[in-house]
Design a protein around this ligand. Structure first.
Ligand code: ZN
Length: 297
């Protein structure tokens, strides 16, 4: 049987090979522990291969994978799919352009999810052009419909989201894109932790710089990723881009208490002092744990 449709989808062999490889990388990079995490990818408009529950994703063989339809019916495979597969099915339902989904618990990104902090500040050019803004989906009880409902609002507009007190979810046009986005989420979380938490300063990009980066992202064919918060703040401390006032005149006039001023170049732009303290505390604790486990070598 062939699942190929106008060559739009990869073969069963290709998808299973990619899922096994991503599972090995995910486990080797400490993005999951024990049997955590799950991966799925489409082989037709309505069919996915996905990882089973109760198995370490670092040690999977292709006979362990499960073939499902997007209504959640198992078509092939001896093992049970993860209960978290409902989250994947919802992503496919909300955004037909998506062909693969990856879920993991990478330590830095998960720490932000536990602290209740989205990764939404424009501090790194590659992150603005690539992964974009990473919103935080609200807390959801595992195994319930709350989980797919919590991520649904982001699936057509972004490339990834954090899951409050849980982990991270990414999606893409193929399995490797979804996996690379998970790498980007964790990398950006780690850099954010170093700058905000350890160094204590992250110079945010200006609205104009963010505009130009997003223009480049759009020109490269990516319309998702949202808009991270930029430097220029209004009088109320809300970044101008959020208040819909992101313009060159704002930057030129210096309107607002810190627009264009020195305080706007710090991580205080768009976040409260309390948020900063929480992030610093979490960052220090996590950094100690990561260093102990040799994670940063
Ligand atoms: Zn999980």
């Amino acid at each position: 049987m062939s699942y190929q449709f106008d060559n739009k989808y990869p073969s069963d062999f290709e998808v299973k090979r990619d899922i096994l490889e991503i599972g090995r990388r995910m486990y080797a990079r400490n993005f999951v522990a024990a049997n955590d995490g799950n991966i799925s990818a489409k082989v037709s408009e309505n069919t996915i291969w996905c990882t089973p529950t109760g198995v370490s994703k670092g040690y999977m063989t292709d006979d362990m994978l499960v073939l499902m339809d997007l209504d959640g019916n198992v078509l092939k495979g001896d093992l049970k799919p993860s209960s978290e597969i409902k989250m994947h099915l919802r992503v496919y339902k909300e955004n037909p352009e998506v062909s693969a989904v990856v879920h993991a618990h990478p330590p830095a990104a998960t720490s932000y999810a536990i602290a209740g902090l989205p990764l939404n500040h424009a501090i790194m050019t590659e992150a603005v052009m690539g992964i974009g803004e990473i919103p935080l989906a609200p807390y959801a009880m595992p195994g319930t419909e709350e989980v797919p409902n919590s991520i649904a609002p982001y699936v057509t507009t972004h490339n990834a989201c954090l899951l409050a007190n849980h982990g991270a979810l990414t999606w893409g046009r193929d399995a490797m894109e979804a996996w690379f986005r998970m790498e980007s989420v964790e990398h950006f979380a780690l850099v954010s932790m170093y700058t905000n938490g350890l160094i204590g300063q992250a110079n945010e990009l200006t609205c104009d710089q963010v505009d130009r980066l997003i223009e480049r992202r759009t020109n490269s064919g990516i319309s998702t990723g949202g808009r991270p918060l930029c430097r220029n703040c209004g009088a109320d401390g809300v970044p101008a881009c959020v208040a819909g006032k992101c313009s060159s005149s704002c930057q030129a006039s210096g309107a607002g208490h810190s627009c264009g001023g020195s305080s706007c170049g710090t991580s205080s732009c768009g976040s409260s002092e309390e948020d900063k303290k929480d992030a610093q505390m979490v960052a220090q604790i996590v950094q100690q744990i990561l260093a102990k486990n040799g994670y940063c070598k």
